[in-house]
Design a binder for this molecule. Structure first.
Ligand code: PLP
Length: 429
C-alpha cells in the first residue's frame, strides 16, 4: 500500500516512510491510496474474533511490505492486552468501553500500536516523537513509548488546561519522556508541533516524528474496535448507529474507514462539546477554524481539528456526501452534567464527561429513529472524578494504575506558545 499526501504535492510513500515522517513535506497528511473492502467471510466470523485477530486482518493490507504477517500478529497480540467490552446501559443503548488500557483512555489503542511500529522502523537512529495533548494523548503516548530504545518523547500540553490526574500521568515518568508546559491553549501546542515538522533546520538536525492522530499509524488501528463492537452486538436486525465523541476527529475518521471497508453501520453521530466547528462545516460547507474554548470534556476542546482533511478526502471534498453518513450534534457542559446524573439514576452506569457527550448525541438521534445504538466511552470516569462525583451520589473508584502516578512528583519544563519556543528547546537540549 502507498500513501499520498492530502495536499497532493509531495510524492506517494511507503507505509514505513509515512509512519516515520508523520506529515508530508507539503504539510499534508498521509492517507492510504485505497481502502480495501474486507470479505464477507470476515464479517461472518466477526462475532467470534478477538481484537488482535480483527486487527491483523484489517491492518494487513495497510502494512504489506513493511511488516511480515508474523510481526504484525505479534504486535497486535501485544497491543491488545486488555478487552474493549460492549456494555448495555439502557435498552438498545450500548457503551463501547474503550478505557481498559494502561492509561484508561481510548488513545492507548493507537498509541500502543504506533509505538511498536515506530520502534520496528527506527533501528538505526534516535527518533524524537513530538506530541501535543489536550489531556489524554500525552499519557497514552508517554506510556506507550516509555523506556523504548532509540525513542525520545516530548509532550506539549496547555498549562492549567488538563486535569491534575491527566497531568500526573505524563509528567511523572521521566527517562525518555519530557513534558513541556505551554503557556497557551491546545491549538497553540498543535500549531507548534506542526511548525516543527515543517522547519528545515530541525529536519536537518534531528529525526522528528509525531504521535498525534496526524500519524496514520495511530489512526488506522482505531478502526479495529468498531468491528469488534459490531461483533459483540446481540441484535443486528435493527440498523446500527455509532456515536463518537469528537475533538480532533481521529476517532471518527477511523470509524468512517471501518464503514468504507464494509462495516454495516448505517450512520455515525459526531458528538461535540461547544467546540462545534465540524458541525458547522457539515451544515454550511464552510470550515471556520478558531480558538478552542475550555469545557468539561477537555480532550475534545479543539477548534481546528487536524483530521477534517482526511474526512474530506473520504468524501471527495463534498460536505453534502459526508452528511449522508454523519449526523452532527453539540452539547453544553450543563447538558453533560445533567446526563451524568440522569444516567446514573436510571441505570447506575457512570459516564465520564466525554462519554456523556457521546451518549447525548446518540440519545438525540434515537429520539427520531428506531436503531441499535452504540456510544463510545473514551475515558474512565475516574480520570474526571471531580466533575463526575458532583453529579452522582457515590465515589468513583480510582483504579490502581492511576493511583500510582498520583503519588509521584511532576517534572516539567515551562515554555512560551510560539513555534520558536519549541524549536529553541529542541535545539538547545
Ligand atoms: C482524544 C479524546 C477524544 C476525542 O477524540 P478525537 O479522535 O480527537 O476526535 C474524546 N474523548 C477522550 C477521552 C479523548 O481523550
Amino acid at each position: 500500500m502507498k500513501y499520498y499526501s492530502t495536499n497532493h504535492k509531495s510524492e506517494n510513500v511507503s507505509f514505513k516512510e509515512a509512519v516515520l515522517k508523520s506529515m508530508a513535506g507539503d504539510k499534508g497528511l498521509y492517507f492510504p491510496e485505497k481502502i480495501p473492502a474486507l470479505p464477507g467471510s470476515f464479517f461472518n466470523a466477526l462475532p467470534g474474533m478477538s481484537l488482535s485477530e480483527i486487527g491483523f486482518h484489517f491492518l494487513k493490507p495497510y502494512v504489506t511490505g513493511a511488516l511480515s504477517d508474523a510481526e504484525l500478529n505479534a504486535i497486535m497480540k501485544d497491543v491488545f492486552s486488555f478487552d474493549i467490552p460492549l456494555v448495555e446501559v439502557e435498552p438498545d443503548k450500548y457503551a463501547l468501553e474503550l478505557f481498559h488500557g494502561p492509561t484508561l483512555a481510548f488513545k492507548d489503542v493507537g498509541a500502543r500500536t504506533l509505538a511498536r511500529f515506530l520502534s520496528k522502523f527506527s533501528t538505526t537512529h534516535k527518533t524524537t516523537i513530538l506530541v501535543a495533548t489536550s489531556g489524554d494523548t500525552g499519557s497514552a503516548v508517554a506510556r506507550g513509548f516509555f523506556d523504548m530504545p532509540n525513542i525520545d518523547v516530548v509532550v506539549l500540553y496547555p498549562k492549567n488546561k488538563v486535569s491534575k490526574l491527566q497531568e500526573k500521568q505524563f509528567t511523572t515518568l521521566g527517562k525518555n519522556i519530557t513534558a513541556l508546559e505551554v503557556n497557551g491553549n491546545f491549538d497553540d501546542c498543535q500549531r507548534m508541533v506542526k511548525a516543527a515538522f515543517a522547519d528545515e533546520e530541525l529536519k536537518r538536525r534531528m529525526h522528528l516524528s509525531s504521535a498525534n492522530s496526524i500519524n496514520i499509524a495511530r489512526l488506522l488501528p482505531q478502526a479495529i474496535y468498531y468491528f469488534y463492537a459490531y461483533g459483540q452486538l446481540k441484535n443486528r436486525e435493527k440498523p446500527v448507529v455509532i456515536s463518537v465523541p469528537t475533538g480532533n476527529l481521529g476517532n471518527l475518521t477511523a470509524g468512517l474507514l471501518a464503514k468504507k471497508s464494509g462495516l454495516p453501520v448505517e450512520r455515525f453521530v459526531a458528538a461535540a462539546n461547544r467546540n462545534n466547528v465540524f458541525q458547522e462545516y457539515l451544515e454550511t460547507g464552510t470550515f471556520r477554524p478558531r480558538a478552542s474554548v475550555s469545557t468539561l470534556s477537555n480532550a475534545m476542546d479543539v477548534g481546528n481539528p487536524s483530521n477534517l482533511i482526511r474526512i474530506q478526502e473520504l468524501y471527495d471534498l463534498s460536505f453534502e456526501a459526508a452528511r449522508k453518513d454523519i449526523s452532527p450534534y453539540h452539547f453544553s457542559d450543563e447538558e453533560t452534567c445533567r446526563t451524568i446524573a440522569a444516567v446514573y439514576k436510571r441505570s447506575q452506569y457512570i459516564l465520564d464527561p466525554h462519554g456523556a457527550v457521546a451518549y447525548l448525541g446518540l440519545s438525540s438521534y434515537m429520539k427520531e429513529k428506531n436503531v441499535s445504538g452504540i456510544f463510545l466511552e473514551t475515558a474512565h470516569p475516574a480520570k474526571f472524578y471531580q466533575t463526575v462525583e458532583q453529579e452522582i451520589p457515590v465515589k468513583v473508584e480510582i483504579p490502581q494504575r492511576l493511583a500510582e502516578s498520583l503519588g509521584r512528583p511532576k517534572q516539567t519544563v515551562e515554555i512560551g506558545c510560539q513555534p520558536e519556543d519549541l524549536k529553541n528547546f529542541l535545539l538547545e537540549r
